[in-house]
Design a protein around this ligand. Structure first.
Ligand code: CMC
Length: 438
């Protein structure tokens, strides 16, 4: 059958399938991006569309984040991420993402007070942490514990809940996940939990809860705080991606928000997504252990018969340098200079980048460093253990997941996400009793 996608008119696209011709609306975004709205396609033609990996499928319109993968642009609510990384804090950026505008001083103060008020975690939750087997991955623990929040801090259904209570729940999540991540780390080491302090900023509080101890009290380090703010701002949202769309999809069944965020954490865990920051460091360590020769690793990454990939390289949307990677690389430089430290893994990373960017395979495939390539080096310098890197990504992505959840939940036309498929299995079969089977 001849299927042709014809001219895109100003606001409709004509699709011809054999003798049948339908006009479909064209949606144009504020940056000129275009989509053909196929929501009536099956009713009109009996056809569905097929897009494994969803590379050409929009699942929503959104006012939160704009990215242009060809030009390497990323903006939250219209503001370039470069400006936010330079001038903003994670808390202010979180407010921006969730509420759609930068806060006034009064709004920011009140948001900070709420974050402080919500920062304690129910004491009974400590028992759960103590009972995870010692080798449990912190992402599995975080995902489970965020789901558990519903039992400790139940929320009413959106339709029955006042706006204020919704806002408290959203703030609670952002505040408590930070406490929970640090608590998990302390308990995993057999150390006493450190409680949040209202006099410290969001990032300072995190460091204090992670690293303060009776033998070495935490000393505020403004460079580390700046670096963590930048790291979390860069991870705060990234429009539709595996974990964010998981949050939207799971939430569309009208499950409570904790369960939806817990699904996002689980989705982020994988090495092709947020787990890449841990995988990058493990790859750089493997290169170091192998004598520091990067060539065999580059060759393996190019070999079609080898599943190995250069971790921290490539992106579904960015076909140029990930703008976040540029910023985090500068942050690594700033940290090394101010803290007067060095990391041999940085030298390996720089050499790997240089070789890959000159190699035809990487050039032809548009493979450039993504945010995860240098972020692990920053986290290592900040003292974060490698198995917590993806947890750090998850803490940063919290405002984005929440903003995306809110955008759907506030939409009066919010529908259950329910994709279709084309069945290619057996035609009707009949049950055969076990004794009669061949
Ligand atoms: N090393 C070597 N080859 C690669 C790589 C890589 N890192 N990434 C993609 N390719 C090749 C791949 O083999 C394929 O080659 P061919 O067309 O010749 O068969 C081609 O590029 C397209 O790959 P794909 O898997 O179809 O592309 P995708 O858009 O589905 O993948 C990706 C995007 C991020 C999963 C992939 O680039 C990758 O696996 N990168 C390494 C993991 C990584 O760093 N992930 C973090 C992403 S950024 C953080 C986040 O936002 O989640």
């Amino acid at each position: 059958m001849d299927i042709r996608k014809e001219t895109i008119f100003q606001d409709t696209a004509k699709l011809t399938i054999g003798d049948l011709s339908v006009e479909l609306p064209v949606i144009t975004g504020s940056e000129g991006e275009k989509a053909i709205d196929i929501s009536s396609l099956r009713n009109q033609t009996g056809f569905i569309t097929m897009d494994p990996g969803l590379g050409n499928t929009g699942i929503c319109t959104s006012r939160i984040t704009f990215m242009d993968g060809e030009k390497g642009i990323l903006r939250y609510r219209g503001i370039p991420v470069e400006e936010l990384a330079e001038h903003s804090t994670f808390v202010e950026t979180a407010y921006l993402l969730i509420n759609g505008m930068l806060p006034t001083r009064k709004q920011l103060n009140s948001f900070s007070v709420q974050l402080n008020d919500q920062s304690l975690v129910h004491e009974d939750m400590k028992g759960f942490y103590q009972n995870f087997p010692p080798r449990s991955h912190p992402m599995g623990i975080l995902s489970s514990m965020v789901n558990t929040l519903e039992s400790f801090y139940p929320i009413l259904k959106k339709s029955e809940t006042r706006e204020e209570e919704i806002n408290i729940t959203l703030t609670r999540i952002i505040s408590k996940v930070r406490t929970m991540a640090a608590m998990s780390y302390k308990i995993s080491r057999g150390h006493k939990v450190v409680y949040p302090r209202p006099d410290l900023c969001y990032c300072g509080n995190f460091f204090n809860m992670m690293f303060d101890s009776p033998v070495r009290p935490y000393q505020v380090d403004e460079n580390a705080i700046k670096a963590l703010n930048v790291f979390w701002i860069l991870h705060a949202d990234h429009e539709q991606n595996c974990s964010t769309s998981a949050v939207r999809l799971v939430a569309s069944g009208r499950v409570n928000i904790y369960a939806a965020i817990s699904a996002g954490i689980a989705a982020l865990w994988g090495p092709l997504h947020g787990g890449a920051n841990q995988a990058v460091i493990e790859m750089l360590e493997a290169i170091q252990a192998d004598g520091g020769n990067i060539r065999p690793f580059v060759e393996r990454a190019k070999d079609k018969n080898d599943p190995f990939r250069l971790m921290g390289f490539g992106h579904r949307v960015y076909k140029t340098y990930d703008p976040r990677a540029k910023i985090i690389k500068k942050t690594a430089d700033m940290l090394f200079e101010k803290m007067q430290v060095s990391d041999p893994l940085l030298d390996i990373a720089l050499e790997l980048e240089e070789v890959a960017l000159k190699d035809n395979y990487f050039i032809d495939h548009n493979l450039y460093p993504n945010v995860d390539f240098y972020s692990g080096i920053v986290l290592r310098t900040l003292g974060i253990p490698t198995n917590m890197f993806t947890v750090m990504f998850a803490l940063g992505r919290m405002p984005g997941w929440i903003a995306q959840w809110k955008e759907d939940a506030d939409n009066p036309k919010w529908r259950l996400y329910r994709p279709r498929q084309i069945y290619t299995g057996n035609k009707t079969n009949h049950y055969v009793p076990i004794g009669e089977r061949a």
